[in-house]
Design a protein around this ligand. Structure first.
Ligand code: GCU
Length: 326
């Protein structure tokens, strides 16, 4: 009898502990991204949300809406500014329109390779740039690898920079990215990620540019049969939040959120290379004509002017400190 009673008591204890862990959340946040739930960017957001729930014993819940359900990146950035959205994963490109210092980080051929980029983003420089959108009411929490971006087209095989001449190419909503495409004598068309597939399909654009996983996840590989591995930019994504949402939390909870975002950054960073290789293999399997240029100096020379023209002219020191880590 005594044993039965203690068994019942322990079962009760375990159940009530579980109850505590999965109690209704006290704080519920909304987070948006523009990638499928199954993508590496999407799974990173789910990991972040799960970690926040776990570390707060279920007190803080982040509901993640994938696939631009809450709007395209440009719209999510606007919602974050007035607190209509709490968290998002967005690309640096459209965010830089609100925090121009960020443009430095997406200059073409700024980084020698992924290690160089992470030496910048993962250290003191990266921490500083996470604060760049502060004046817009947005707090940067973590860097998410966006790999190297490459050009691809529906009809024209690409083997050198001159092949881009005259092509209508989609870029992200970013003046600097438009200027980059113009520097290749191509015609830039800025549009949201979600609009690119139909623009390719209807011939509004001749091509676009992106990293390997997004080339596959977006389905662009179904329409674009030519891809050149020119690696013109490395544009990271960021996990960001509305500063008002963060500041409404206690100091401990703010620290918890920051710590979980950094853990998501690390988890994503460790998975990226494999995801990139798997997406590239999928493109090969799909019969995409991939060109690996041995020499990309024609691409590099074409964009050199961007380093000293327009707003970049005043960022020479910022560029130099990044190059110093190469
Ligand atoms: C990548 C990036 C997205 C971005 C997209 C784009 O996929 O991860 O955040 O929206 O590029 O080209 O717009």
């Amino acid at each position: 009898m005594k044993r039965t009673l203690s068994l019942i008591l322990s079962v009760f204890l375990v159940l009530s502990l579980c109850g505590a862990a999965f109690a209704d959340a006290e704080i519920v946040f909304k987070m948006g991204d523009n990638q499928p739930a199954s993508s590496i960017q999407g799974t990173t957001d789910d990991y972040f949300a799960a970690l926040v729930s776990e570390k707060s014993n279920g007190r803080i819940e982040i509901d993640v809406y994938h696939d631009a359900q809450l709007g395209e990146e440009e719209e999510m950035i606007q919602q974050l500014q007035f607190g209509a959205l709490d968290f998002a994963q967005v690309s640096l490109s459209p965010l830089a329109e609100f925090a121009p210092q960020l443009d430095v980080l997406q200059l073409p051929y700024l980084y020698d390779n992924a290690d160089h980029m992470w030496a910048v983003l993962g250290g003191e420089i990266g921490e500083r740039y996470l604060q760049a959108p502060a004046d817009s009411g947005i707090t940067g929490l973590a860097w998410i690898d966006g790999g190297a971006r490459n050009f691809y087209t529906t009809k024209k095989e690409l083997t050198c920079a001159a092949d881009l001449k005259g092509l209508k190419l989609r870029v992200q909503s970013s003046q600097l990215m438009m200027d980059m495409v113009s520097a290749f004598d191509a015609v830039p068309q800025a549009m949201s990620y979600g609009d690119v597939y139909s623009a390719l399909q209807t011939g509004v654009i001749d091509g676009a540019e992106n990293n390997w996983p997004s080339f596959i996840d977006s389905g662009h590989y179904e329409l674009c049969k030519y891809y050149i591995v020119d690696g013109h930019t490395r544009v990271p994504d960021l996990i960001v939040c509305a500063t008002s949402a963060l500041e409404a939390l206690s100091a401990e909870d703010q620290a918890l959120i920051r710590e979980c975002a950094k853990a998501a950054q690390e988890d994503h960073r460790l998975r990226w290379k494999d995801e990139e290789a798997a997406a590239e293999a999928k493109a090969v399997e799909a019969g995409i004509t991939i060109f690996y240029p041995e020499d990309i100096s024609d691409f590099q020379n074409a964009v050199q002017g961007l380093y000293t023209s327009g707003s970049m002219a005043s960022y020479a020191d910022a560029i130099a400190e990044i190059r110093a880590l190469a």
